[in-house]
Ligand binder design. Structure first.
Ligand code: GLN
Length: 540
């Protein structure tokens, strides 16, 4: 066992460079050498968590097993490292200040003036070390959100500076920057990197390793120049050029020996070879797949690539295990009408109706689901998608005109989806949904059971509304089965239509529980059914 090591990943020049992917990839390499690794993210914004943020602001909100709404980078950490994270893996400025202010109100500061330095920085440092103090990890990688130079990042950078001082060799800083290619000059430019490193240096941090994000591979000259101007060893200037899949990034970093450089700089000896066989098999499957599977994702945020991140990654993972390329068609639910539904959906092998909140785009989801049900297309409804399956079935099969969810229509005569009892008197929005992992018992003769090959499953939730059990008998008598039930509360977690090829809706979000090495069984089964359906279509 080694002493716990702390690696910090900061970013400069611009946002959206993929710090989370670099952090996850480095974590993957250390894990592949046999170390116990976890990753956490510190976000400088003031919201307590991203749960109340609009997807336009922040992309997908990822949910941990313990029911915390977190940054989507935690999804990358879990998918890359095949680990589970919890509330402690994602901290925001809001949480830091809330803790400090709560203590101030209790009188914990004994009459002292409470200040950013040392009280906020101490609270940041305490939170950074929580996972390290458990003794469960050899490496704690901490990604600092935002870009150096931002006003709101300052307390974090100062905390990292202090921790470096306190931890000595057990601490290392990786800084990610951008090296743009200026096409008019036909040159790549290192100046933004130099400036960004200078900003970090001014704040007291000399990065040990630089990762340069670039579109094309950089010449040795460029790396030499960056090393010279930024006081970083030449072999510690790593490039992260564009690759077709994010899952290739660990190999790009390994090729440049980033893991060895980290170990050497932190004084860790490790004789073991990188064990990435299964990872490489996955990539190989991805590269050699020739046939495709075409899935339509019906949602209202389809123009935002990050809004359905976990779903698109889960689909890709499952397609790859089936040795298919994923051809994902993003279908805007607001644009689906009775007139164009055939044209939009007929060429698809399978349809996934996305989660979401609110009325916008909902009618398009009903039209899509009616078409899918009547044309026996493999169809997967996730959370709101499942609720829409129930509503569409109520309206068009049970004949319950204007059936709805009370989220969309409070005065509906048939509340087939209704607010949970415990949600009725809530006044706070943040962190108050049904969140996190709950057990679900699957009916032995169900399609879902077949997919999981397990009676008791554990999946994560994020919703306020539920299937209304008053209608259960009516649904079941007419062909929609409640195939998964929460054994403690009796809440319906899975519905399916057994007479169709594959028509399953889950109140939970299986996409939060799908990793590269451990794809979610329901996604695997869905893609399997979509492929079969596609082949049948070609034959006919
Ligand atoms: N809006 C629905 C609810 O709150 C579904 C939420 C979701 O899809 N995550 O129940």
């Amino acid at each position: 066992m080694i002493e716990t090591k702390y690696i910090f990943v900061t970013g400069g020049v611009v946002s959206s460079l993929g710090k989370g992917i670099v952090a996850a990839s480095l974590g993957k390499l250390l894990q592949a050498r046999g170390f116990r690794v976890t990753i956490q993210k510190f976000d400088p914004y003031i919201n307590i968590d991203p749960g109340t943020l609009n997807p336009y602001e922040h992309g997908e909100c990822y949910v941990t097993i313990d029911g915390h709404e977190t940054d989507l980078d935690l999804g990358h950490y879990e998918r890359f490292l095949n680990i589970t994270t919890t509330k402690v893996n994602n901290i925001t400025t809001g949480r830091i200040y809330q803790n400090v202010i709560d203590r101030e109100r209790k009188g914990d500061f004994l009459g002292k003036t409470v200040q950013v330095v040392p009280h906020i920085t101490d609270e940041i440092k305490r939170n950074i070390r929580v996972l390290g103090n458990t003794g469960e990890y050899d490496f704690i990688i901490t990604e600092i959100g935002g870009t150096v130079g931002d006003i709101e990042s300052l307390p974090y950078i100062e905390s990292v500076r202090q921790l470096r001082w306190e931890l000595g060799k057990n601490c290392l800083c990786v800084h990610l920057t951008y090296v743009p290619y200026i096409s008019a000059a036909k040159e790549v430019k290192t100046k933004p990197t130099q400036h960004s490193v200078k900003t970090l240096q001014e704040q007291g941090i000399q990065p040990n390793i630089l990762v340069l994000r670039t579109e094309e591979k950089l010449s040795e000259n460029i790396c030499h120049k960056v090393a010279l101007f930024c006081n970083v060893d030449e072999d510690a200037v790593i490039q992260s050029y564009d690759v077709p899949s994010i899952y290739e990034v660990p190999l790009v970093l390994a090729q440049q020996k980033m893991d060895e450089i980290v170990l050497q700089k932190m004084g860790v000896t490790n004789e073991s070879k990188l064990k990435l066989d299964r990872w490489k098999d996955f990539l190989n499957n991805m590269k050699t797949a020739e046939k495709t599977v075409t899935i339509g994702l019906v949602g209202k945020y389809v123009e935002l690539p990050d809004a359905y991140k976990s779903i698109t990654e889960s689909l890709l993972q499952a397609a790859t295990y089936h040795h298919r390329k994923l051809n994902l068609e993003l279908i805007h639910s607001e644009k689906i009408t009775e007139n164009n539904v055939e044209e939009l959906l007929c060429g698809l092998d399978g349809i996934l109706v996305a989660p979401g909140f609110g009325q916008r785009g909902i009618e398009g989801k009903f039209i899509a689901l009616k078409y899918a049900r009547e044309h026996n297309k493999p169809t997967f409804g996730v959370c709101l998608g499942m609720q829409c399956m129930v509503i569409e079935f109520a309206r068009n099969v049970l004949g319950l005109k204007d059936a709805n969810s009370t989220e969309m229509d409070l005065s509906t005569p048939y509340k087939v989806i209704d607010l949970m009892e415990e949600q009725k008197n809530l006044t706070v929005m943040g962190g108050s949904m049904r969140l996190g992992a709950y057990v679900c018992r699957l009916e032995k003769d169900s399609m879902a059971y077949k997919a999981y090959n397990n009676e008791l499953i554990l999946e994560r939730h994020r919703h306020r509304y539920e299937f209304n059990n008053k209608f259960k008998a009516q649904f079941e008598a007419n062909g929609m089965k409640c195939a998964g039930i929460n054994p403690e509360t009796g809440l319906v977690e899975v519905v399916e239509i057994p007479s169709l090829k594959w028509y399953i809706g889950t109140q939970y979000h299986p996409e939060y529980n799908s990793t590269v090495l451990n794809p979610n069984p329901l996604f695997m089964s869905f893609i399997g059914a979509a492929i079969e359906n596609g082949e049948l279509r070609i034959k006919n």
